[in-house]
Design a protein around this ligand. Structure first.
Ligand SMILES: COC[C@@H]1[C@H](c2ccc(C#Cc3ccccc3)cc2)[C@@H]2CN(C(=O)Nc3ccc(OC4CC4)cc3)C[C@@H](O)[C@@H](O)CN12
Length: 294
């Protein structure tokens, strides 16, 4: 079958053998992992070497409850606006939240502080709002479900990680996409401290030769204290923000039913930033779609 036969119509007089859909395709001449996937495999190796278990992150659409409310993110928080979050139109919301007791505990924690001794946000908490469906804005939406399952199944020390796509309603430019890959780790044990968090960050980032770290207090709705992590990058000749971290708040953990002395460290970074530095990519859009430098 040639393009000439197709254009002059002579294909109609020809007999062609039937398609054999079971036939093997033409073997590709070669191939390679996408730079992001190469760096993802490096991070996965670091986590496995440190005894972490990978979380299931194949569900991009999350109920707002797990993406925000279970993490003690107030319903009035700007991150929950359409300017920052992709909300689904159809279906717009989950029909119901199965974990009714837990939902009641989250409501109580948001409105009054719950059982952790806090005072909450002292604003009405809407279950309708929490049932809205979103494209997850962080993989911490999965971490919240893993921690809730840990509480339900009976607490035992654990180390979980995830590396997958998250979505934010950002204006696309040379350093921002409407999605990125978040790398996240969670360590849960009795009586962990901020010192354990700082010490572990030195171990984790030490694996990628980020040696001299500095820590700067910051704010996350779901962790207190929260620390931004910085490392001096010899190549760039400057301090670079390499991640964010903190201790999950008691309002979040006690609402799940985790024992009072259980502490959870969380930390995160992106896959794109280290990949861009490693491969000297200046425009993050080069990481998406077909190669443009050929
Ligand atoms: C909307 O921006 C979010 C993203 C992304 C990010 C930020 C926070 C988290 C988190 C978290 C978290 C905190 C507490 C508990 C659980 C999760 C995850 C990803 C990076 C986080 N950042 C980031 O990746 N920077 C980075 C990481 C590694 C690196 O090279 C390796 C050391 C060799 C170089 C740079 C910091 C900045 O790039 C920041 O401007 C952009 N951040």
């Amino acid at each position: 079958l040639t393009s000439e036969m197709l254009t002059n119509g002579s294909w109609k007089e020809k007999k062609f053998k039937d398609y054999n859909f079971a036939a093997d395709g033409v073997p590709p001449r070669g191939g390679c992992l996408h730079p992001l996937m190469k760096v993802r495999e490096e991070f996965r190796r670091f986590f496995f070497e440190l005894g972490f278990t990978e979380m299931p992150t194949d569900q991009f659409v999350e109920i707002g409850f797990w993406n925000f409310d279970a993490l003690y993110v107030p319903q009035q928080h700007s991150a929950r606006d359409a300017q920052d979050t992709f909300f689904l139109k159809k279906p717009a919301a989950a029909e119901k939240l199965r974990e009714t007791d837990y939902v009641a505990s989250v409501k109580n924690t948001h409105e009054n502080g719950g059982v952790s001794g806090g005072i909450g946000y002292r604003a009405p908490w809407s279950e309708e709002e929490s049932k809205k469906l979103v494209l997850r804005t962080h993989t911490t939406a999965v971490s919240s479900q893993m921690l809730y399952k840990l509480a339900k199944d009976g607490f035992k020390p654990c180390k979980y990680f995830s590396i997958d796509r998250v979505f934010r309603n950002e204006t696309v430019d040379a350093t921002h996409l409407a999605e990125f890959h978040q790398v996240e780790g969670v360590i849960c044990d009795k009586n962990l401290t901020l010192g354990d968090l700082i010490g572990f960050m030195k171990v984790f980032f030490g694996k990628m030769n980020a040696r001299e770290l500095r820590f700067k207090p910051t704010y996350n709705p779901y962790t207190e204290p929260s620390l931004e992590i910085y490392s001096y990058h010899e190549g760039l000749g400057k301090w670079v923000e390499i991640g964010n971290s903190g201790l999950f708040r008691p309002e979040m953990l006690s609402a799940m039913g985790l024992p009072e002395d259980v502490r959870c460290i969380g930390f995160g970074l992106s896959l794109e930033r280290p990949t861009m530095i490693k491969y000297e990519i200046n425009d993050i859009r080069q990481l998406m779609g077909p190669r443009v430098d050929l």
